[in-house]
Design a protein around this ligand. Sequence first.
Ligand code: CP3
Length: 355
Amino acid sequence: MPSSTNTMSIKATKRRFLAPFTGQSLNPPPVWLMRQAGRYLPEYRATRSEAGGFLKLCYTPRLATEVTLQPIRRYGFDAAILFSDILVVPDALGQTLGFYEGEGPKLDPIRHVAELARLSPEGTGEKFGKVFETVARLRQDLPDETALIGFCGAPWTVATYMVQGEGSSDQAEARLWAYRDPEGFGTLIDILVETSIEYLDGQVKAGADCLQIFDTWAGSLPDTEFDNWVVEPTKRIVEALKEKHPAVPIIGFPKGAGASSLWYVSETGVNGIGCDTAMPPYMMGEAFDGENVVVQGNLDPLLLVTGGQAMEDRVAQILELMTGKPFIFNLGHGIVPQTPPENVARLVELVRQGT
Ligand code: CP3
């Protein structure tokens, strides 16, 4: 562990979620789930309709606080994750963004270096301020023992949406721009690195005690591009945050990175590594030994939809293989809307039985 171990252990005594970051392995391990607040919960759907839209929900501190707390009240997770979205960053930068029912996000695409002039990195204050206010409210309202995770999207993943203008299966437009004009694309990545640092710094100052960087599309890049657009920008963000807040652990989630996850861990300096569903549990248990990194993962969200014996067996297998390691139980990707809430209750019960 880095020189921050002492400060980390002071916090960890109060919040068991943070204990693995001081090298401890807890049995049962801490548990939270990506997208633990969301459409599978009826109370989320009610609050979202009160807000009148997804982005309004993100920018209304009272309501964003409420939906963050909903899964904590139901399930008592060891950590809450700030309710917001990775696309708040392009929105705050001035790129037009809308979320439409059943279609996902739509942005006015930026595909050329000249179009970067549409972004205003100086103008993020108002929208970020709403998010920071949510974080501050959350730290007041959460039980003392519950950790609060702040987050941002990694520059590469956020850029894929900004360039494509929507979600895509191959992130083609961003990859093409990066190949065609690495310098111009690098300017966009630089803007995102700086803005993400400002965004995460504000979340920590407002009360977040852990950060996660979501790189959902890390797996779409071959090795040299992975290095340029996933590893390097993440490393810059981690370094800047470590300088400002050495005691706040940072979890990286480079989804789809597979074997490159090891390189990602050693180069970026993250304190935790989120493993996706495709990572074999025996590898989660062994591959990161000696890396001083907390492993997080990786139940298939669709097994949480299925429930029953299939879910029970897999949870037991993951727990077994991770016993004795600094580990946080999570899914390999976010909860999907068709998840029965009672399966989440059963999952938490299973994890809390430990091994
Ligand atoms: O995890 C949480 O509970 C915290 C909140 C959170 C959301 N999105 C809420 C959300 C977090 C951490 C995210 C991250 C996010 N957002 C990622 C990275 C993680 C991942 O899932 O891969 C990405 C790629 C996005 C971008 C995004 N936001 C997409 C592509 C979509 C549409 C797809 C969908 O599920 O509808 C969203 C919308 C979104 N973000 C919803 C929620 C609860 C659903 C919106 C709704 O209520 O209608």
